[in-house]
Every structure is written in C-alpha cells, then in structure tokens.
Design a protein around this ligand. Structure first.
Ligand SMILES: [Zn+2]
Length: 350
C-alpha cells in the first residue's frame, strides 16, 4: 500500500464494551453534567493555515467538532470525518479550495459518531484509518447513535443519512503515513477520553490534532469512560514523546503544548483527592465536596464574550463532577483500577 511505511494489523478482536459507560449512565446527566452541544446546524468550518500545507478546520460554533487536513505531493490526509454527510461535505469543500489532489486518508481520532459518522461521505478510494480499539467499538453503530442523541438536542435527523463505514486500515500504537514530501505520524499513547484515542502529528510543523484526548484552551480532561490513572499515564507518554507547538483539539479553541501543564497536575490531583476521600471513608457526595475544581483550572479564556464564558464554565464544572464521580466509582468498585491509579501517580512524579 503506497505511502505506508509501517504495517498495521488488519484483524479486529472482539468488542470491549466493559470499559464504556452504558448509555443510561450518560443520558442520566448525573451530577450536574451538561452534555456537550454538538449539533452542527449553522456551523461553518474556518480554514486556518498553521504551516505550509497544514490546515486546521475550526468550527464557528464551539464545541461543535473541529477538523483539519495536511497536503503532501501525492495527496491529502483529513483528520476526523465529522458527524454527518453534510459536515463531511464541508470538509471536502475546504480541501478543494486549497488543492485538487486526492484525499488519500481520513483518520478518526476516536470512535465517537461526531468524529466518524462522516466517513461514508468520503470517496471510496479514500482509506479510513483508526486505532484498533476505535475500529472495534465503531461496530456498535446503533448504540453510538443513542449516545450522541442528547448532544444534538435529541434530533435524530442530524445523523439520519449516516451509513456505517468502518476503517480500512488500523494501527496499534504507531503508524507513519507518507503523503509525498510530508510525513504524518499517528500515535496511540493509551486510554484517555476513549480507549483508542489517536494523536495526529506533523513533526516538521509541530502541529498535533488531539481529538478528545486534549480539548481546547481552558479545558480540563474529560474522563467520560473513567480511568484517571490510565489517562495520566497516557498524558505522560504524550509529553515524553512529542514536542508539540500548536494543538488543534477535537472541540474548542486552538491551544498549545502548554496545556499539558494543566492536564497532568489536574489528573494527579484528582486521583490523590479521591483516594484520600475513600481512605477517610467518605461517600460519593462527600468526595465531590472534598474535591473542588482548583482555581488554576477555572481561569477564563481571554477575548471570549461573557455569555459564552459563563456557559463554558458551567460545562467545565459539570465535567469535573463527572470526573470525580467516575474516579470514585473506579477506585471503589475495581481493585485493579487502584493498581492502575498507583502506576499513573508514579509516572506523574517523574
Ligand atoms: Zn468529540
């Protein structure tokens, strides 16, 4: 296969639903959690050139998904396919404004429908690329539609046109794709927001697309599926492996590698606080009260208008409560996750 310098495994192992939050858990909107508003109606994707041939596609309606593309001599690689055919069409229109070269690859940074449902609207010749666990979980198409519903205002017509298109090419931890005079690296550092989070990195430009693993400026990690220790370990690997300049997050405002200085301490403080609460015999409500979102994580984003900032602050506070809840639940319920957490903590102190 032209342009692929490291082989990927094509086989898919059985589904691993055990690590996921069941739909009823997510839709319960537990503990003040606000589902991210991802309905794309009215959203535009603004093209921003970050380096020659390297483009971010930034949603005009955050947190509706961002995307992006990289152009080489042979063709184009697109990062994330968006939530439906119309949005995938906007991505292709943006590419066509820059180049007529073929779209060789679409990389899905995670299995969520807002990153993958647009796959089917790309040409048949385009190879869809994803991490192995992402590819496996994508088979749960009906379940994913159900999970996404609250994020699009319970309007199923948003993805009414969507047909499931699974990846053609899967990676485990690493894959390099050569677009001709330009190499794009795909890294899977471990469990984060989802089990198969993938970072797309253009080394010469030091630009990374991080999907949901690292969200936009001003955010904290979102442990939608729990696993604080594993997330911390993943972030530590990310920090040790890549020297990132610009980050195009899956959702929210452009950010930079400096956000790691926020994500790493947030995760280790969360783990430590919940562990202390459990040792002190506190119940969930007490643990939540004993783990407020630190002031260093609540600073407002400069330049944003006040209603948006207030909305964002409420959303972030809901995510934090969710994170405490999932971490508490993980440490209480599963002794293996405590070992995982301990491993994550030792990494964080490096
Ligand atoms: Zn997302």
């Amino acid at each position: 296969m032209k342009g692929i310098s490291k082989t990927a495994h094509a086989g898919l192992s059985p589904l691993i639903p055990a690590v996921l939050a069941p739909p009823e858990v997510v839709t319960q909107a537990a503990l003040g959690f606000i589902p991210p508003p991802l309905n794309p109606s009215g959203a535009r994707l603004e093209t921003k050139e970050l380096a020659p041939g390297v483009y971010g596609l930034l949603s005009s309606k955050p947190p509706v998904d961002n995307s992006g593309f990289v152009v080489g001599e042979h063709g184009v690689l697109v990062i994330d396919a968006h939530i439906n055919g119309a949005m995938a069409g906007l991505i292709q229109t943006a590419v066509r404004q820059v180049t007529n070269k073929p779209i060789l690859y679409v990389v899905n940074t995670n299995y969520h429908g807002d990153h993958t449902f647009g796959n089917y609207a790309f040409p048949q010749e385009t190879l869809i690329v994803a991490q192995q666990k992402t590819a496996e979980i994508m088979r749960g198409f009906e379940r994913e539609k159900q999970l996404l519903l609250p994020t699009v205002g319970n309007d199923p017509t948003v993805f009414g046109d969507v047909r499931l298109r699974l990846p053609d090419l899967v990676l485990d931890e690493y894959l390099e794709l050569d677009l001709g005079g330009r190499v794009v690296e795909l890294h899977h550092f471990g469990h984060g927001n989802t089990p198969g989070d993938t970072v797309v990195f253009v080394p010469e430009a030091r630009v990374a697309w991080t999907g949901n693993l690292i969200l936009g400026e001003g955010t904290i990690p979102f442990l939608i599926e729990g696993g604080a220790g594993a997330y911390l370990e993943t972030m530590a690997k990310f920090t040790h492996t890549l020297e990132v300049g610009t980050i195009v997050p899956g959702h929210g405002l452009l950010t930079s590698g400096a956000i790691l200085g926020r994500y790493l301490p947030y995760l280790s403080e969360l783990i430590e606080s919940v562990r202390k609460a459990i040792r002190a015999g506190q119940n969930l409500d007490e643990a939540i009260a004993a783990t407020p979102l630190g002031q260093q994580y609540t600073q407002d984003i400069a330049g944003s208008d006040p209603p948006l900032v207030a909305q964002f602050a409420a959303f972030r506070a809901g995510i934090h409560r969710w994170n405490v809840w999932r971490t508490y639940q993980g440490m209480k319920g599963d002794p293996t996750s405590i070992q995982h957490l301990a491993r994550g903590l030792s990494l964080a102190s490096v």
